[in-house]
Design a protein around this ligand. Structure first.
Ligand SMILES: [Zn+2]
Length: 315
């Protein structure tokens, strides 16, 4: 989506790309983080891409060669497109999804960029709101009670028709499925069935009207609300990492709205090419267009050196 076109229909007409030099932006971001009472991380797909979980290119062709051959390169362009393929049988659907879950959720260890993000906030009150479903925040050391993953998890499955509100850990199942895949399909005996209605199961991902928000999801949502309430009147930094315009209603737009309502809060928006910020936020916002792997490292270094100049609280 062309985001300028998207924005022309919204009230957010005051977006600007800040012209401050990169090094100064980094110093300001580091200063804000060093003096924060608490940090709210909002993380989108751009963070995982920058961390190395790329959905196309060699990572796709090397892991999904047999699938590309069977279903054709037009339908199998990358892992996004492949996830929407209408697999004709359950055996084939799970053949694909067990591989997808394996390479994105099960096999990767904590990635260096996520570890750096953890270092940035550890020792300080923090919370993570993320649309990412690859479980990297947990792997990087964040506590479960500090994470709200709103869109699901590649390691969980649910009833495809959401006949009951539970999710099931499928990481062990996916390892076994992935080993058993032959001709792009799993053995029929491995196809999971809903324990309640006996119908098909599905990935616990928000992709249709049947996404299950289980008890854990609701607890996390409640903890997110509690965190925001505690932050009122304090110096909270909203650290937005790689959030584009695919699902802006979950992180990007709410962050801007909350900035408007809380004068003590500041926003650090890191994005490869969509780091424009509302001009009306003035010094309270830092928007940096840069590869996240680079600028998270630079901000981390600047934080350690304590070179934050403390801009953002002149008033
Ligand atoms: Zn069911």
């Amino acid at each position: 989506m062309d985001w300028m076109q998207f924005l022309s229909g919204t009230p957010a007409r005051d977006y600007v790309y800040q012209e401050t030099p990169y090094e100064e932006q980094v110093r300001r971001a580091a200063g804000l983080l060093n003096r924060a009472d608490a940090v709210l991380i909002g993380a989108g797909a751009g963070l995982s891409t920058a961390a190395g979980l790329v959905y196309g290119g060699r990572r796709f062709t090397e892991n999904f060669g047999e699938f590309i051959e069977r279903y054709g390169p037009a339908a199998m362009r990358d892992m996004y497109a492949a996830g929407f393929y209408p697999f004709p049988t359950e055996e084939e659907r799970w053949g694909y999804w067990s591989r997808h879950a394996y390479v994105n959720r099960i096999e990767p260890q904590a990635l260096p960029l996520y570890l750096k993000v953890f270092e940035m906030v550890c020792g300080r009150e923090h919370f993570v709101l993320t649309t990412n479903v690859d479980h990297q925040f947990w792997k990087a050391g964040f506590e479960d009670e500090d994470i709200f993953a709103t869109q699901g998890d590649y390691g969980l499955i649910q009833c495809a028709k959401a006949c009951h509100g539970k999710t099931y850990d499928a990481t062990g199942l996916f390892v076994r499925m992935n080993q058993a895949v032959k001709d792009c399909r799993i053995p029929s005996g491995m196809v999971p069935k809903c324990p309640v209605c006996k119908g098909p199961m599905a990935m616990n991902l928000r992709c249709d009207g049947y996404f299950v928000e289980d008890g854990h999801w609701h607890q996390a949502a409640g903890r997110y609300g509690d965190f925001l309430n505690r932050a009122v009147g304090r110096r909270l930094v909203l650290l937005e990492l790689g959030v584009g315009f695919n699902t802006p209603a979950i992180i990007r737009f709410p962050f801007e709205k909350m900035m408007g309502e809380n004068r003590e809060w500041s926003l650090i928006r890191l994005n490869l090419d969509e780091a424009a910020v509302p001009e009306s936020l003035g010094y309270r916002a830092v928007g940096i267009n840069m590869d996240l792997a680079v600028c998270v490292g630079d901000i981390r270094t600047a934080m350690r050196e304590g070179t934050g100049e403390g801009s953002g609280h002149e008033e």
